[in-house]
Design a protein around this ligand. Structure first.
Ligand code: ADP
Ligand code: K
Ligand code: ZN
Length: 435
């Protein structure tokens, strides 16, 4: 049983009408801050939006949406609302093509972010006496550094293992006597099964895991918990909003509590962009309320989920969101890393000899994702010389890895063998069993 602890009771358990007033003030502040960004300034002018005209949360529907494409159009720093001198950190998330999307933080933004991570970590059982292994990559992705700061803030000790090298991860878990594991759910399952296979099941000090970054299921949770003898908690976030810390589960584990004092989350029909009926599935659209460097308004996450305004046993008054049930675009999440088919297309464009016809195939033979690309060769470049074909394959793998940071198995296929599409191309076959 996980004790019910609350890191920030004032914010997390605030009466709802009081929080709505706080949100209105935050929204007004955000409109003011966002007005420093040319994209928002011109939208606000068109829509006749001024900070003073924001009276309540209902005014949100007067505000413009923001898409990943909008962020991309302003590459690299066009969505930063503060001068460079005020920046304290820059992270990046994968763009839809070769270039990343940068997100910036001021000192105050970093302070806020670590507070939000501390909240969901404590909700899921983290206490200052624990030893925590972070097996998220430390780098441009928000997972590693984000969780790291949250753990330190709670007062627990952090072991920044970073990602990769499963044998070494297990050695650290065992020899350091780690209590809490942080990684993606699929990696946790992989660790769990490897630990069992090594005959170390039940011999570790592990008690908790905080998992996120990719979709997972209750069946996966049951497997992770059974193999490791722990409690595993789900947390959600995305770089464009702040990183991990947007929402997370409490001990009751009936959805992830949204940090509503900092974000307004709408659940909209992705076609009409109108709110779905209460409790129905829709696209999450998120607005920040206190961010300085990158205030963001009505960001279309493309993540599909349900919202629950019901009361929670833990005493938090915040609304909860379900697991992510899917995406309203073609983004794939491979080993926790976001990948768009357009990134693969861009990589192929850099390689002479390939036709722009390809098919991506995803599978999960064990617990980890495998990704393969079938690439068509142009007639004139097709060769029965093995060496030439090997060189071409390696070249493609390198370009794809340069853009996505992931290894794909490349399979070259003969000219005119892949399906041609008349409508919207369907370039991904996902054989991983999720949802
Ligand atoms: P990170 O670096 O933390 O993975 P990104 O911004 O790269 O963050 O990825 C964010 C995306 O990852 C989200 O939009 C969502 O699709 C997915 N994601 C993050 N956490 C979860 C989660 N707990 N469950 C399902 N999907 C998640
Ligand atoms: K992700
Ligand atoms: Zn709760």
């Amino acid at each position: 049983v996980v004790p019910n602890r609350i890191y920030d009771p004032e914010a997390e358990c605030m009466p709802r009408d009081e929080r709505r007033k706080l949100q209105a003030a935050g929204l007004r502040r955000t409109v003011e801050q966002a007005g420093k960004i040319p994209f928002y300034r011109s939208r606000f002018e068109e829509l006749k939006v001024t900070p003073e005209s924001i009276q309540s949360v209902d005014d949100l529907k007067r505000l413009p949406f923001t898409t990943k494409q909008d962020l991309r159009n302003a590459y690299p720093f066009g969505f930063f609302a503060v001068p460079r001198a005020e920046l304290a950190r820059i992270h990046a998330s994968s763009g839809t093509t070769g270039k990343p999307t940068f997100v910036g933080y001021t000192r105050r933004d970093l302070d806020l972010w670590s507070r939000l991570c501390a909240r969901f970590l404590v909700a899921g059982g983290l206490t200052p006496d624990q030893l925590v292994q972070v097996s998220f990559g430390y780098g441009l992705f928000t997972g590693g550094f984000g969780l790291h700061a949250g753990i330190e803030r709670v007062g627990a000790a952090v072991l920044p293992a970073s990602s990769g090298n499963t044998q070494r991860q297990i050695l650290l878990l065992e020899d350091a006597g780690i209590n809490t594991l942080i990684c993606t759910p699929s990696y946790a399952l992989n660790l769990a099964e490897t630990i069992t296979a090594m005959g170390k099941k039940g011999k570790l000090a592990l008690r908790y895991a905080h998992l996120g970054g990719e979709p997972w299921t209750e069946e996966m949770r049951a497997g992770i918990e059974e193999e490791l003898g722990i409690r595993a908690f789900n947390n959600y976030g995305l770089s464009e909003i702040i990183g991990p810390g947007v929402s997370g589960e409490c001990a009751a584990r009936c959805g992830m509590h949204i940090q509503e004092d900092q974000f307004i989350v709408e659940c909209l029909d992705p076609e009409t962009l109108e709110p779905v009926a209460e409790g129905e599935q829709g696209e999450l659209v998120i607005t920040s309320l206190n961010k300085e460097a990158c205030p963001i308004i009505r960001y279309r996450t493309r993540d599909l989920a349900r919202l629950d305004r019901g009361k929670c046993a833990c005493g938090r008054t915040t609304m909860r969101m379900s697991r992510i049930r899917g995406r309203s675009d073609d983004m794939m999440i491979i080993r926790g890393v976001n990948v768009f088919p357009t990134q693969i297309e861009e990589a192929l464009l850099r390689v002479d000899g390939t036709a722009p016809h390809f098919m991506i195939e995803l599978s999960r033979p064990g617990n980890l994702d495998e990704a393969a690309i079938k690439v068509e060769i142009r007639q004139q470049d097709f060769s029965d010389k093995m060496e030439a074909m090997h060189k071409l394959r390696d070249r493609i793998a390198r370009e794809v890895s340069a853009i996505t940071g992931l290894h794909f198995n490349i399979e070259l296929v003969e000219p005119n063998t892949l399906e041609r599409f008349t409508g919207k191309a369907k370039r991904v076959i996902d054989n991983r069993k999720l949802n």
